[in-house]
Design a protein around this ligand. Structure first.
Ligand code: NAD
Length: 243
């Protein structure tokens, strides 16, 4: 996979999977614009900090990346938040945050990016859904619903914009060793290393994913090697699908 000369925007670039995507892109020759609430420590061609729950910021992000990099070929809509619990324990704030970051922001970013990419002859967008967007998961109703929404949006946009040379696909990871998973264990009183080792024993490959395992598949979908893929939902699960 060669990304020389490609200009890419990565959201959630300060997090586990986002930082792995940004590093891998840079290593393969891309110019990368990183977006997150705090991007100050990240080595990148452009820094676009902000809150994805701010519609003005999300709407403007593709244009800002294009202006900063001199073009925009690829977007990774990777930022996400997880809300635990059944709907009876879900607050209005949980609803607004989960929908805002996991669904509304990628919708806004895609809506703004598609005309930019179409005018330049095409592009690729990779959204981050989840195995929990494909099938239900216990005690995470809101999270699963938002990931199902971005999965569906990806399939629809993949059909609608292929004729413009824009390929839109999604990755659907199962458990990944990132701050999202680790802080979840810590909040529930578990030692993250022990919990992750135990979880790894439930995966046929013998371990849960590292961020780099996910980044490699995301880059594949953005690359010319995936040139005939549009609207695909690619599960990355080490042999452990959510049942
Ligand atoms: P992470 O918590 O390490 O990274 C998420 C990043 O998103 C953070 O840097 C955070 O600051 C950013 N973000 C959240 N809300 C934001 C906002 N309002 N504005 C700007 N940035 C914001 O988690 P991760 O595991 O790297 O998650 C990346 C993606 O992968 C998410 O969409 C997540 O739902 C998905 N995912 C993760 C797992 C897992 O097990 N870790 C599994 C399946 C899918």
């Amino acid at each position: 996979m060669d990304f020389k000369g490609k200009k890419a925007l990565v959201t959630g670039a300060a997090g586990g999977i986002g930082s792995a995507i940004a590093r891998a892109l840079k290593a393969k020759g891309a110019q990368v614009a990183v977006a997150d609430r705090d991007v100050s420590g990240i080595d990148a061609a452009a820094h676009l900090p902000g809150d994805l729950c701010d519609p003005t910021y999300a709407d403007a992000l593709p244009g800002a990346a294009k202006d900063a990099l001199g073009g925009l070929d690829i977007i990774f809509n990777n930022a996400g938040v997880i809300t635990r619990g059944p709907v009876t324990e879900t607050t209005d704030d949980d609803w607004a945050l989960s929908l805002g970051v996991n669904v509304e922001a990628p919708f806004r970013i895609c809506r703004a990016a598609i005309p930019i990419m179409a005018a330049a002859g095409g592009g690729a967008i990779v959204n981050t859904a989840s195995c929990w967007g494909l099938r239900p998961g216990g005690n995470h109703a809101l999270y699963c619903m938002t990931k199902a929404a971005i999965a569906s949006l990806t399939q629809c946009m993949g059909m609608d914009h292929a004729h413009q040379g824009i390929r839109i696909n999604a990755i659907c990871p199962n458990e990944v060793n990132t701050p999202m998973l680790r802080t979840g264990f810590a909040k529930r009183g578990f030692d993250p290393d022990t919990a992750i080792a135990e979880l790894g024993r439930t995966v046929p490959l013998g371990r849960i994913a590292e961020a780099e395992d996910i980044a490699d598949v995301a880059l594949f979908l953005a690359s010319d090697a995936a040139r005939y893929m549009c609207g695909a939902l690619v599960e990355i699960n080490g042999g452990k699908p959510v049942l």
